[in-house]
Design a protein around this ligand. Structure first.
Ligand SMILES: *Cc1c(COP(=O)(O)O)cnc(C)c1O
Length: 387
């Protein structure tokens, strides 16, 4: 079955509520059992889809977990209240005090903050590596390295990582590979097929798709599922049934949204590339983007995100450009139906590689691309006037 068909078919209501297209929203904490024997049976099968206690999920959570598992091609999925919770719980499921973790230098900044604060406090050391290192990561493996963490593309700087080469090196040294697949989306990269052991998503972004819920997921292959599930359970993670319903609702239109957002983003990126104010456009589908050849090999499409680096310009000029946009909202996150813009400067959060200067990240929404280009053009006029 092809992915667009899977997106429509997976995790449908009928499995749990015969005849229903969509799974109902079950609000439940306590589940009562007719007999002690039945309670004990449910306890014995607690990782199966058996009603037991609200934190273990109800059909609403199971339907979403089924769908995400199917899209990623994994053995099972754990849901969390946010994408960051999915990342931290997945890491904690695979490390203990004294272990060592290899982290891509292009990682989502809050993930870095978790490593530098929480993991450090637990006596778990993090080494950051160049995202473009590929198989040479073998040279950084230590006897106590238990996790190699990847994220491709990086969500601000868009480097594409050689996951198969990294996974081969990690597995040869006995480490597991965790991948933050949020920016790629479950549509454009089947990262478990490329060798990752756990694929992590902030469902908040492309899957929810409408900027109205926070949710995370981690999908593991068979060898690592029990450990992932146990970690999530021991930390008490749970996902709201209303938000799971919104994620299932959003998921059904993931493919056309990604297609249109991706096409618009590429059009905006190419338009900006021609502008004299723009030094570089960071978009994996452009031949000069770091890792472009790997993107062509491994990905089936692009996301709606890209960044630009301007040749020069003051903070005041950048603010004048962004403040006046009519269609690009200034804010964090991405993956919704509306266009967004985010000024950022990764310089301060790089340790294995260097990055200099500010960048501006764009998220293309579902507006007409001509309106967006007119908005970008007027913004550059404000920028030039404020220089
Ligand atoms: C947004 C994001 C997260 C965190 O997800 P939340 O749902 O906001 O907690 C993690 N990784 C990447 C790449 C993201 O873009």
């Amino acid at each position: 079955m092809k992915k667009p068909t899977r997106i429509v078919q997976s995790g449908r209501g009928g499995k749990y509520a015969p005849g229903m297209i969509n799974v109902p929203v079950y609000h439940a904490s306590t589940i009562v059992f007719p007999t002690v024997a039945e309670l004990r049976q449910a306890v014995a099968r607690r990782n199966a889809q058996v009603l037991y206690y609200g934190r273990r999920g109800t059909p609403t959570q199971w339907a979403l977990a089924d769908a995400i598992t199917d899209l990623e091609g994994g053995a099972g999925c754990v849901l969390y209240g946010s994408g960051l919770a999915a990342i931290t719980a997945s890491i904690l499921a695979f490390v203990k005090t004294g272990d060592h973790l290899l982290m891509t230098d292009s990682v989502y900044e809050p993930t870095r903050a978790f490593c530098d604060n929480v993991l450090k406090g637990l006596g778990i050391e993090t080494t950051y590596y160049d995202p473009l290192l590929g198989g040479a990561i073998a040279g950084l493996m230590r006897p106590n390295t238990t996790i190699v963490f990847t994220e491709s593309p990086g969500s601000l700087t868009f480097e594409i990582q050689d996951i198969p080469a990294i996974a081969a090196a990690a597995h040869a040294a006995g480490a597991v590979v965790l991948n933050d697949n949020t920016c790629a989306s479950p549509l454009n990269l089947r990262v478990l097929d490329l060798g990752a052991d756990v694929a992590i998503h902030s469902l908040t972004k492309y899957v929810v798709g409408h900027s109205d819920a926070m949710l995370g997921a981690a999908v593991a292959n068979q060898a690592n599922l029990a450990r992932l599930q146990r970690g999530g359970y021991l930390h008490g993670h749970a996902a709201s049934p209303d938000d799971c319903y919104l994620a299932l609702r959003g998921l059904r239109t993931l493919e056309p949204r990604m297609k249109q957002g991706g096409a618009t983003a590429l059009r905006l990126a190419n338009w900006l590339k021609q502008r004299p104010e723009v030094d570089r456009v960071l978009h994996p589908a452009l031949p000069d983007c770091p890792g472009h050849d790997i993107w062509r090999r491994d990905f089936t499409g692009t996301s709606s995100l890209f960044s630009i680096v301007l040749k020069h310009g003051s903070d005041a000029a950048i603010s004048a450009m962004l403040d006046g946009y009519r269609h690009f909202g200034i804010g964090f996150s991405y993956g919704g139906f509306e266009s967004l813009v985010l000024p950022s400067n990764p310089s301060g959060v790089r340790t294995a590689t260097t990055w200099t200067g500010p960048l501006i990240r764009f998220h293309a929404g579902l507006e007409d691309p001509d309106d967006l280009i007119a908005d970008l053009e007027a913004g550059l006029e404000r920028f030039n006037a404020a220089l």
